[in-house]
Design a protein around this ligand. Structure first.
Ligand SMILES: [Zn+2]
Ligand SMILES: [Zn+2]
Length: 348
């Protein structure tokens, strides 16, 4: 009998503290029909991974290899795969929509309730040397785009990109407020606003992050530990307010977000850390014709668009630490600590 090929991987053995992540030798998967075996170059560590590790989402059943922010090279393809070949450079997005339900057919795959295998949740993901993924979950990278940029396309860059371009319809010279600006998505938002020639006001709760936000390209930084930044935003914009708020924190900053909006302004809600109901003055909403819209991560088409934009504008994601795969537990400890600026990357 032929010996099975092995690989290194970080396996979630049980829910709990970072130490439940075990660096181990496991059997390398083989691509089945419609599947692609990807040799992973790098995988981002996401706040969602910390939530999953703690067992706060019931869909994950250990043992599981986590990680959905991966990029790498196709090493083998299964039966019926025509769009990919060994050697192709690819990145993934997080969910696989069914393609058949009403929402999928009307072009809203992010609303699909029959997703088939979310990477790193219901199927093994990127904390490994290899991952076996559905071909529908992969897109090819633009020519010459580094893996370490592309792996952040779907989860880190796509939500602020959709907020700024699709919800905000932001043009050069317009103003954008970004709450929770020092996280991976906030720094991405600052970079996207700058690439469009627009201007950003970064909101942070901590004085210690001001320099990093300016270095990332924020035009203004407002330190507001209590979420009452609306007045300062109006002052910075000559009393008018901003055209868009990219809301990454949610209920604690929502009131400040509303107070920051100019007439006709948009508020794109990407994050909600607390789950507390918010108050909206509906009279003002009507008079000012404000728009409030929820935004999720990318589907396939959106990921292609985001990667193209990042590459075209030479956007380099802020990577706070690059760690070997064997230090995944350490990466989780670091990300759980609020001093992190930007993202952590695992490299097999
Ligand atoms: Zn993520
Ligand atoms: Zn569907």
């Amino acid at each position: 009998m032929m010996e099975q090929a092995m690989m290194k991987a970080v396996v979630l053995r049980a829910f709990g503290e970072p130490e439940v992540l075990e660096y181990a030798d496991v059997i390398r998967p083989e691509p089945g029909p419609g599947e692609v075996l990807v040799e992973i170059c790098c995988c981002g560590v996401c706040h969602l991974d910390l939530i999953l590790r703690k067992g706060m989402r019931s869909r994950v059943k250990p043992p599981r290899i986590m990680g959905h922010e991966l990029a790498g090279t196709v090493s083998a393809v299964g039966e019926g795969v025509r769009d990919f070949a060994p050697g192709d450079r690819v990145a993934s997005f997080n969910f696989q929509a069914c393609g058949e339900c009403e929402d999928c057919r009307r072009g809203r795959p992010s609303l699909c309730r029959q997703t088939q295998g979310d990477i790193g949740q219901t199927r093994d993901g990127g904390y490994a040397q290899y991952a076996c993924l559905r071909q529908g979950n992969l897109v090819k990278l633009p020519e010459g785009m580094p893996f370490e940029h592309a792996c952040f396309g779907a989860c880190v860059f796509a939500p602020p990109y959709k907020a700024i371009r699709h919800v905000g319809r932001i043009r050069a010279g317009q103003w954008v407020v970004i709450t929770g600006a020092s996280g991976g998505l906030g720094l991405a938002a600052i970079q996207i606003v700058r690439a469009l020639g627009a201007r950003s006001i970064a909101i942070t709760g901590s004085q210690g992050k001001v320099d990093a936000l300016r270095a990332a390209g924020a035009d203004e930084v407002v330190v507001s530990p209590d979420g009452a930044f609306g007045e300062e935003v109006r002052r910075l914009t000559g009393g008018r307010g901003v055209d868009l708020v990219v809301e990454l924190i949610g209920s604690p900053t929502f009131d400040g977000a509303m107070r920051s909006l100019a007439p006709g302004g948009r508020c794109a809600v990407i994050g909600e850390l607390h789950g507390t109901p918010v108050n909206i003055n509906l009279g003002l909403l009507i008079l000012k014709e404000w728009e409030i819209k929820g935004v999720q991560s990318a589907d396939r088409e959106e990921l292609v668009e985001v990667l193209g934009f990042m590459h075209e504008h030479g956007i380099v994601p802020t990577v706070w630490r690059k760690l070997p795969l064997s230090q995944a537990a350490q990466a989780h400890h670091l990300l759980g600590d609020r001093s992190v600026i930007g993202r952590i990357l695992l490299v097999p």
